[in-house]
Design a protein around this ligand. Structure first.
Ligand code: TYC
Length: 106
């Protein structure tokens, strides 16, 4: 292999690496799911506490979940979305509610 070919190949690899690293990291929606047992007030509390909603917004979102089955509560980087899901599930578990929370690629 000639030195020139090696040079252009390594240059192409470098350019590819730069392009990959310039891409925006993926975002994730954090989603709350409806169930028949978690009290409405508790869901409102979760939305205020972990998703920085005011009580009116939180009530709207809770009712959307209640009537439609689920709703997006916020969109974050992978690490932040994972942390929110863990926090919500831990908080619900401690209070013995079966509230489900997951993340979806935005
Ligand atoms: N469906 C629940 C009830 O009637 C309320 C609820 C709303 C539960 C949203 C979960 O993510 C949820 N008590």
């Amino acid at each position: 292999m000639s030195n020139w070919k090696e040079l252009t190949e390594s240059q192409r690899d470098t350019e590819e690496l730069i392009r990959e690293n310039l891409e925006e990291p993926p975002k994730y929606h954090v989603v709350l799911l409806n169930d028949d047992y978690t009290p409405m007030d508790f869901v409102v509390e979760v939305l205020v506490k972990f998703f920085n909603m005011n009580p009116e917004q939180a009530t709207d979102v809770m009712l959307t979940i209640h009537y439609k089955g689920k709703a997006r509560c916020g969109t974050y980087s992978a690490e932040i979305a994972e942390t929110k899901v863990d926090q919500v599930i831990n908080f619900a578990t401690v209070h013995q509610h079966p509230l489900k929370c997951s993340m979806e690629r935005a």
